[in-house]
Ligand binder design. Structure first.
Ligand code: FAD
Length: 464
């Protein structure tokens, strides 16, 4: 019966629009961290929005479950099918046109399969900046970025992706094409459906294109690397830098000593940088044609007010890249470890020091062979607070993870934070969401899902 259903589906497709190849399917069924390994008999790479509409109409009628997939760099198991659930994958990589760049209004209209880095490079040639950047930019797609409301390293300057999206085109589960690709900043015409689709992790519709704000490219960027004895010194440094540089700051990243240890063990060594407990990487962008930018930056860094003995100001694009590479290689280094309990949390900056002290103490008490790899986008209150467990018996994994999650998430609640800052819910945090969202809010979310997708064909088993 299932084969018959697929046969009719395949008849709608060009042979280059799908694969049944087992090896390729395995790749697309496994998430980036290798934690979620689902299965599927079919992956489709549609070449047009109309085709997606036809496919979804058919799938809804025949109750075929569909997982939307972009670059498959997601970190919560949202973009891969589950095991033994007969789900097919619709991968968006063939929708990769740049439809328009509006040089007057300052926006770009792009299809959802465009790779983030390709969009950034295209805009760079026009001296324009795209408001999103992150370590996965060489592989992740715009549709995946919108579906996860991605954060990344420039939120402190441009806001989250949601704040930069002016319009969206999407195919809804019954095949309806919803299109609102207007390049206007003000549009008060009732409920704004695009904001439901942003961050919906593929459960309400397949995003096919978007109109997104773009910004003038800064003249130059300078990276500052500083190290500190304590987390409190880091926070003092943050306050000092915001006062001195304000909206010239385009990134403010944090790494603790354990992050650097895992980086040096598995990926690369820090060159000519002093070791310490905490590290910051701050990117300052010259948006104001300031002459002799390095001189300008140095003149503002008052060492009497900064409690550091190691502060480096990059002098070239080469040095910028080298320093960024340390920060962006941490996830790659972590991936080489056997057992990590990962978190992506938001904590108000005013509580963050106490959160780290209390949570780390409880974790060390629970498991003394643990190492707390704490890094992230500090300027946006966002920590990737990941616990590396050494010398464990594999049988214990589930119960160790459960206890660690309890310690971390109870403290997230206590310090008024959020259990996901930017990666989303997917499969990984679905259970936890129920405990942290108000019951009435969950009920409303379920009602919205039912309204969009009454037969639950789109990305079932994810988020709610
Ligand atoms: C090294 C590394 C660094 C990272 N750094 C960051 C970071 O700084 N900030 C951050 O926010 N994330 C980060 N991530 C996570 C990840 O890159 C983002 O979540 C990214 O936005 C996912 O895009 P993707 O195309 O890979 O989506 P996928 O992983 O393919 O999918 C993610 C979710 O979106 C849905 N989806 C995908 N495409 C569509 C579509 N067209 N329509 C509807 N739903 C869709 C999927 O069903 C799934 O639920 C990082 C990941 C890695 C591996």
């Amino acid at each position: 019966m299932k084969q018959q259903k697929y046969r009719n589906l395949l008849k709608m497709l060009d042979p280059s629009e799908f694969t049944l190849d087992k090896n390729l399917l395995i790749q697309h069924c496994t998430d980036w961290r290798g934690v979620y390994r689902g299965d599927s008999d079919l992956i489709i790479f549609p070449k047009s929005v109309k085709k997606i509409s036809k496919i979804l109409k058919f799938c809804e009628k025949e109750t075929i479950r569909v997982v939307p997939q972009g670059g498959n760099t997601g970190l919560v198991g949202g973009g891969v099918p589950r095991k033994n659930k007969n789900e097919i994958i619709i991968n968006l990589s063939n929708l990769k046109k740049i439809r328009d760049i509006d040089f007057i209004g300052g926006s770009i209209t792009i299809e959802s399969g465009c790779i983030l880095d390709n969009v950034k490079n295209k805009l760079y040639k026009h001296h324009l900046e795209f408001p999103l950047s992150m370590g996965s930019r060489g592989n992740c797609q715009i549709g995946g970025n919108i579906a996860t409301n991605a954060g990344g390293v420039n939120v402190i300057k441009y806001g989250t992706f949601r704040q930069n999206i002016l319009g969206i085109e999407a195919v809804l589960p019954d095949g309806t094409i919803y299109s609102c690709l207007k390049n206007i900043k003000k549009n008060n015409t009732g409920l704004d459906l695009k904001h439901l689709l942003i961050g919906s992790e593929g459960i309400l519709g397949i995003i096919t294109a978007a109109t997104i704000k773009v910004f003038p490219l800064p003249n130059e960027k300078t990276v500052i690397w500083a190290s500190f004895d304590t987390f409190k010194d880091v926070l003092d440094f943050y306050v000092f830098m915001v006062r001195e540089f304000n909206d010239l700051i385009s990134s403010f990243e944090f790494m603790n000593n354990e992050s650097i240890e895992v980086l040096e063990k598995n990926e690369l060594k820090l060159e000519n940088l002093k070791k310490n407990e905490c590290y910051c990487l701050v990117e300052i962008s010259n948006f104001q044609q300031i002459k002799d930018f390095n001189e300008f930056i140095s003149s503002k860094l008052d060492f009497k007010k900064i409690n550091t003995d190691d502060l480096i100001i990059s002098k070239s694009e080469f040095e910028n890249k080298k320093l960024w590479n340390y920060r962006e290689s941490i996830p790659l280094a972590e991936r080489k470890e056997d057992f990590i309990v990962a978190h992506d949390i938001s904590i108000p900056l005013v509580n963050i020091d106490n959160f780290v002290i209390e949570t780390s103490k409880s974790i060390k008490k629970f498991h003394k062979n643990s190492s707390i790899i704490n890094f992230g986008h500090l300027g946006d209150n966002n920590l990737h607070y990941n616990i590396l467990i050494k010398n464990h018996q594999s049988l214990n994994r589930k119960s160790i993870s459960k206890t660690i999650n309890r310690i971390v998430y109870d403290n997230v609640n206590k310090f008024n934070g959020a259990i996901s800052a930017e990666h989303g819910i997917g499969q990984l945090r679905k259970g936890e969401l129920k405990k942290h969202k108000d019951f009435e809010e969950i009920k409303k979310m379920q009602a919205i899902k039912k309204l969009f997708d009454p037969k639950n064909i789109l990305n079932p088993g994810k988020v709610i």
